[in-house]
Design a protein around this ligand. Structure first.
Ligand SMILES: Nc1ncnc2c1ncn2[C@@H]1O[C@H](COP(=O)(O)OP(=O)(O)OP(=O)(O)O)[C@@H](O)[C@H]1O
Ligand SMILES: [Mg+2]
Length: 313
């Protein structure tokens, strides 16, 4: 069994200055890796020491977006204990200030054992960089959610299409419920935990659909519970990246997701960042060169630079 409290507690003890940024997008193909690769370069150009970490366990390809064909070490070496520290497998990229950790592909890595995950989390916080950008896989498994929980900031990538927005919403729901459950476990009241479990299934429990209703119901069972939930929610403030914007109509997607987040999960975005549809992305991938290098004056590169400024500002 996972010790959820361990994950909750760990980042609080983290005094290391590395800022861990989780780049997530529960729907496949929304642009997580394109953004991770180019954002890392953009931050390094601002003079920040950056390491880009491929944590798309079992489906890694960040190296391709960075134009790196061979790698001396991969995450496999760390997971298989061939090296002692994560820092030992950081590769040079050839760009100033920027390192790279290549993804692993050993069978089973996608279901990383809990103890390995905790070791990885501990080692991430020891990396000697200003920023560690984590390119995470699609989906909402705990191997994604738990890295989001330990990250100082999360960038949630979505496209304006409805399936992507709905996936983003269910991902956030998993995240919120995991955080809330972790915190409520401290109260030791099983009835409250059962209520949270019931609320996950909105079809069977429509009366618990909105976060306000859930907080009230939890408070009736245990007066302390509503306070605990209200304390947790303001901490969950992901920044959203709306990628592949084609027209002003796509702005509706922002309003839709914000509305879902506020009403049903009781959380807000810290910022909505916008990245436009740009053919330079495809051209650069075909050349196995990052857009920031291939076409630094493109619209995509400008949008990515704005995200870098948001992270450093
Ligand atoms: N702003 C953009 N403009 C044009 N094309 C884009 C843009 N962003 C991403 N793409 C294209 O979308 C495709 C998928 O991008 P990417 O691999 O970065 O997504 P991903 O979220 O990492 O996917 P996966 O879930 O498989 O890891 C790429 O081929 C890329 O060219
Ligand atoms: Mg990817």
């Amino acid at each position: 069994m996972e010790n959820a409290r361990g994950i909750e507690k760990f980042p609080m003890a983290n005094k290391n200055p590395v800022q861990i940024i989780a780049i997530i997008g529960p729907k496949g193909g929304v642009g997580k890796t394109s953004i991770s690769a180019n954002l890392a370069i953009s931050l390094s150009k601002l003079g920040k020491k950056v390491v880009a970490v491929d944590l798309d366990l079992g489906a890694s390809n960040l190296n391709t977006f960075l134009g790196i064909r061979t790698s001396k070490f991969t995450l496999d070496d760390f997971v298989l204990n061939k090296v002692g520290k994560l820092q030992d497998i950081v590769l040079e990229t050839g760009w100033d200030n920027m390192g790279f950790i290549c993804g692993g592909n050993i069978p089973g890595i996608a279901n990383l054992h809990y103890s390995k995950k905790m070791k990885l989390i501990r080692n991430l916080s020891l990396l000697e960089y200003d920023f560690a950008l984590l390119d995470l896989g699609a989906g909402a498994s705990y191997n994604v959610v738990d890295f989001v929980i330990i990250a100082q900031k999360s960038l949630l990538v979505t496209t304006p299409e409805i399936p992507s927005i709905l996936n983003t919403y269910s991902f956030l729901k998993t995240l919120v419920f995991r955080r809330v459950t972790m915190a409520l476990k401290e109260l030791g009241n099983q009835n409250v935990l059962d209520l949270i479990e019931q609320a996950r299934d909105v079809d069977k429990n429509p009366h618990l659909k909105k976060m306000d209703d859930l907080i009230k119901a939890a408070g009736i069972i245990d007066r302390r519970a509503s306070g605990v939930i209200k304390q947790i929610l303001p901490d969950i403030r992901p920044a959203m990246i709306l990628n592949r914007i084609r027209s002003n109509k796509d702005e509706k997607a922002c309003a839709a997701i914000e509305n879902l987040m506020q009403q049903y999960l009781g959380i807000e975005c810290s910022r909505i960042l916008r990245v436009h549809e740009d053919a330079s992305v495809g051209y650069a991938i075909a050349k196995m060169t990052p857009v920031m290098i291939d076409n630094p004056s493109s619209v995509f590169a400008k949008d990515i630079n704005d995200i870098a400024l948001f992270l450093t500002g």
